[in-house]
Design a protein around this ligand. Structure first.
Ligand code: SF4
Length: 337
């Protein structure tokens, strides 16, 4: 992992405080309201130009968190602030600025585009709604520039999404997201449907554009190798909670939480050590959410949920064993393959 990215500085542009997202499941036969909690009190901060990977399996809450930040999913608690303004209570002008500043890429680029509109009509609509003062000539020039930046010919302006290959649709979606000149790009597995070579090309393009534009990036993925390559810092999520937070280089080479170690196995750094399937969010285990799959679990893991505590400067872990090891100056597991 070598990003060449400077450490973030300055006040946070994005601040998420104790965010909670839950979906109603209806009433039980006893008449009690039941809820599925997907994001369980998460807090994150992002500085100008900073990159953060959200890592976790399906069901970890990373995609819902990404959408809740943009208010595409309504939170049931907590706060999302952009440039110091709480988005839930933002006046119209601040909300307009936030809609311009925060853009998102979805996992299925073809589904994210309107199948009935040409790419040109969709790009023009984005500019009209988010940068409405531009003249028609200026708008056309901006659309051509955006397509050039993502490596697409202007001929795609007259095409419908159905005529594009997935890799072209991903680039068209990226062009649309860049048009309002965002400051933060939220990526929810934007290359998930692309094959190997196309995926690598798209991620290289995304990295280059991010560097050139000095964009802040929030990158949600279950591919830890991909997330840690693109972001300077990583958060590992399990059942809607953060279980480890550290620089990407630290996570890649020395993750301390057993769940994080299993995730970075894809990078060839440690052997996966989890067994069984992810726990159901409807019936999470008592204590630590990982304990039924964790090779290091002990009786205490069933009693007390571990809190997210520092084990080194800039490195926090929610695991009893990792915290004990940090105090003793030891580290277990994570054998080299
Ligand atoms: S707290 Fe216990 S069960 Fe949870 S990850 Fe750590 S060792 Fe495993």
């Amino acid at each position: 992992v070598d990003h060449g990215q400077p450490a973030p500085s300055g006040p946070p542009i994005l601040s998420v405080r104790d965010l909670r997202v839950a979906f109603p499941l209806g009433r039980s036969w006893r008449g009690e309201e039941r809820w599925l909690t997907v994001v369980d009190g998460l807090s994150i901060e992002l500085a100008e130009g900073e990159t953060l990977a959200l890592l976790g399996e399906t069901g970890s809450g990373k995609s819902v968190l990404a959408r809740a930040i943009l208010r595409l999913v309504p939170p049931v608690g907590g706060q999302v602030s952009w440039l110091g303004t709480d988005l839930a209570a933002a006046p119209p002008e601040a909300m307009r600025r936030a809609r311009r500043d925060l853009q998102i890429l979805f996992p299925d680029p073809l589904a994210a585009l309107d199948p009935l509109m040409t790419i040109g009509a969709q790009l023009a609509e984005t500019l009209e709604s988010l940068r409405p003062t531009r003249s028609p000539a200026d708008r056309a020039a901006r659309m051509a520039e955006a397509l050039e930046e993502v490596g697409l010919p202007t001929a795609v302006l007259d095409l419908h999404p159905g005529s594009l290959r997935p890799a072209e649709a991903a680039r068209a979606g990226l062009a649309r997201a860049l048009l309002p000149e965002p400051r933060l790009l939220v990526c929810d597995e934007p290359a998930a449907t692309l094959d190997g070579a196309e995926r690598a090309d798209f991620l290289a393009l995304l990295r280059a554009i991010r560097r050139r534009r000095r964009l802040a990036l929030l990158y949600a993925t279950q591919d830890a190798a991909e997330g840690l390559r693109i972001a300077r810092r990583g958060l590992v999520l399990l059942l809607g909670r953060i279980v480890e937070s550290a620089d990407s280089a630290v996570l890649a080479a020395g993750a301390r939480h057993p769940y994080s170690r299993a995730l970075v196995a894809a990078a060839g750094l440690v052997r996966p050590a989890l067994h069984g399937d992810p726990p159901s969010p409807l019936r999470p285990p008592t204590g630590c959410a990982l304990r039924l799959r964790c090779p290091l679990a002990h009786d205490g893991c069933a009693q007390v949920p571990p809190s997210l505590d520092p084990v080194a400067p800039g490195h926090r872990v929610a695991c009893h064993v990792a915290q004990d090891e940090a105090q003793d100056g030891t580290q277990s597991g994570g054998k080299a393959p």
